[in-house]
Ligand binder design. Sequence first.
Ligand SMILES: C[S@@+](CC[C@H](N)C(=O)[O-])C[C@H]1O[C@@H](n2cnc3c(N)ncnc32)[C@H](O)[C@@H]1O
Length: 299
Amino acid sequence: MNNYKNEKARSVSLEKVKDYWKGKNIPQIWYTNMEPGSVAYYNNTSKQRYELYFPYLKESAEFQYHRNEKVLEVGVGMGTDLIEYSKFGAKVYGIDLGADQIELSKKMFDTLQLPYEELKVASVEKLPYQDNFFDLVYSFGVIHHTPNINAAVDEIYRVLKPGGRAIIMIYSRGWKHYLKRCFIHGFLKLKIFKYKFDWQKVYNEVSEVNGFSPLTQILSRRQVTKLFSNFYIEEINKKRLGEFFEYKPYNTIKLPNFFLNIFTLFGLERLLGENFIIKVQKSPKKEKGKISEVIWKNY
Ligand SMILES: C[S@@+](CC[C@H](N)C(=O)[O-])C[C@H]1O[C@@H](n2cnc3c(N)ncnc32)[C@H](O)[C@@H]1O
């Protein structure tokens, strides 16, 4: 069991979460008006995903480095990222709470004639796999929506082989969080008064493209460290300065290059990025080496 506690989130029902992610809220279908399923549809949505919305993702997800490994994606959405692992020769498995997502993912794999081991409806809080089974568990923008995030992380730990790794994205408290969610929506639009100072309710209302998610938890670095306390933590990095603001339905205005260049020049993505990329290992805690010890031992 990890050290992070959020009892309030647990009162949200998993059924509500499941219902929310149906229909118009299936991730990525709002990128385009094209009918889902064709090669042209895949080309269009994956290009937007990797070049516009999440330009850091291809590098962070390490798609090409898991050939012949067993990779599980938790919360596949329409399968775009799992398709990348499959393209590079991983043995891929995917689960999602929604039947629509699993059906669409299967369709995308079939359209592209790429192999997968299994795609099925399941919850990350109770993974339908034996202990010590996967080399890599990957999840992008999913576990912060599940009511029992502790169970989710413990399940990921359980199904990983000793030495196996997880790459997880959850929302972080970056510039958009403080400016958009807290300042504009919370204070200027008075939502914090509407919700009687319950910030979680403000986050739920404004965090997703179509709004009013049943649960979107936005953790601090300290909380993330507690949540993954059973693992050896390789990195917890903030990424994505992102689009300027997303106006429905994702009518994107990119952050002007001038600001992007300034932020990059001063390395501000680490401070202001709105996604946490968390890379962890199921292995005994390792002592972080000190540079002075390395020099002393070797020279
Ligand atoms: C924001 S979407 C992300 C989907 C995909 N990873 C992507 O980046 O497009 C959240 C997804 O998580 C799924 N989800 C939410 N709670 C879940 C749970 N407890 N177990 C499995 N999937 C869950 C939803 O059905 C939805 O498809």
